[in-house]
Each structure stands twice: as structure tokens, then as C-alpha cells.
Design a protein around this ligand. Structure first.
Ligand code: CA2
Length: 151
């Protein structure tokens, strides 16, 4: 990324994977009753306290998330990503994140390690600076605070 941008603007990209657009509508016992918009508002409020601006994209399509990661290389200082079920098998997202120079935080509302065995593998974790999981919506605040420390 352009180093001038990095120093002066500090924008971060939050990516949300498949089905996360349904938050607040179903499965509140697993994912809470807040909507994705509410989680992003918390991230934005937290970021503004650190002088950071947030951009957000939710997509149900792996290629769209890969494109957004490529574009982030020129534009954003860090990425926070909840890849949804792509976490467990989307190697194209792994490869794209590996090309990104700044901090990458993997974020989950639930704790996949405490759920079904197929959720115990993350193909994103090996290319992430760290993973935040199991704290529900509070995770968005924790993730932005972590990014701010890392930048
Ligand atoms: O805990 C997380 O944040 C997950 O990334 C959520 C994914 C799941 O596949 C991962 O293992 C862990 C699922 C997102 C589905 O979101 C829904 C939201 C509302 C209703 C149904 C699904």
C-alpha cells in the first residue's frame, strides 16, 4: 500500500462472509440478536476513538471477497475478516490474505473450536495476525482495539 495513505488516513476493511447478512433474523442462541449493521456500528465507534475509519463489505460470494482483499492492498492498513463458513475451506481467501501486507484479524461471533469438528479447521488462521472468537458482538470492539495496537 501507499505509505502516505497508511500514515495519514488509517482506514481498515471489515469483511463479512456468507449468511452474516442474516444476523438478527435467525439463530440468536448461537450468534446473538444483533444485526450485522449493529456490529459494524460498534466497530466504527471503536475505530473513531483510535482515529481510524472503517469500510465494510458483506458478500455471499468467495470471489467478491477475494477481489476486495486485492483492492485493500492499495487502500487499507488492516483487514478484519469474519469469513463465515469460508473459514473452513476457502483456500482462495487464504491465498489472497497472504498477499496483504498489514495486520489481518480473523473474527468469529461463536467459538468454532467448541462446535462441530468440521469447524475446528481454519484455513484463514495461518495467514492471520490473530483470531478473536466466542465473544459475540463484543468481538468487533476487541478486533478494532487489536488492530489499533498493531498499526
Ligand atoms: O461464529 C462465526 O462468526 C462464524 O464465522 C459464523 C459462520 C460459521 O460457519 C463459522 O463456523 C463461524 C456462519 C455464519 C452464519 O450466519 C448466520 C446468521 C444468522 C442465521 C443463520 C446463520
Amino acid at each position: 500500500m501507499n505509505s502516505e495513505n497508511k500514515a495519514s488516513e488509517k482506514t481498515i476493511l471489515i469483511l463479512s462472509g456468507p449468511n452474516l447478512n442474516l444476523l438478527g433474523e435467525r439463530d440468536p442462541q448461537m450468534y446473538g440478536d444483533q444485526t450485522l449493521d449493529q456490529h459494524i456500528e460498534l466497530a466504527e465507534r471503536t475505530a473513531s476513538q483510535h482515529g481510524i475509519t472503517v469500510e465494510h463489505l458483506q458478500s455471499n460470494h468467495e470471489g467478491e471477497l477475494v477481489d476486495a482483499i486485492h483492492q485493500a492492498r492499495e487502500k487499507h492498513a488492516a483487514i478484519i475478516i469474519n469469513p463465515g463458513a469460508f473459514t473452513h475451506y476457502a483456500w482462495a481467501i487464504h491465498d489472497a490474505l497472504q498477499t496483504f501486507d498489514g495486520p489481518v484479524i480473523e473474527l468469529h461471533l461463536s467459538n468454532p473450536a467448541a462446535r462441530e469438528p468440521w469447524r475446528h479447521t481454519s484455513v484463514v488462521a495461518p495467514v492471520a495476525s490473530g483470531t478473536i472468537a466466542g465473544f459475540g458482538g463484543h468481538g468487533y470492539q476487541i478486533a478494532v482495539d487489536a488492530v489499533s495496537e498493531l498499526l
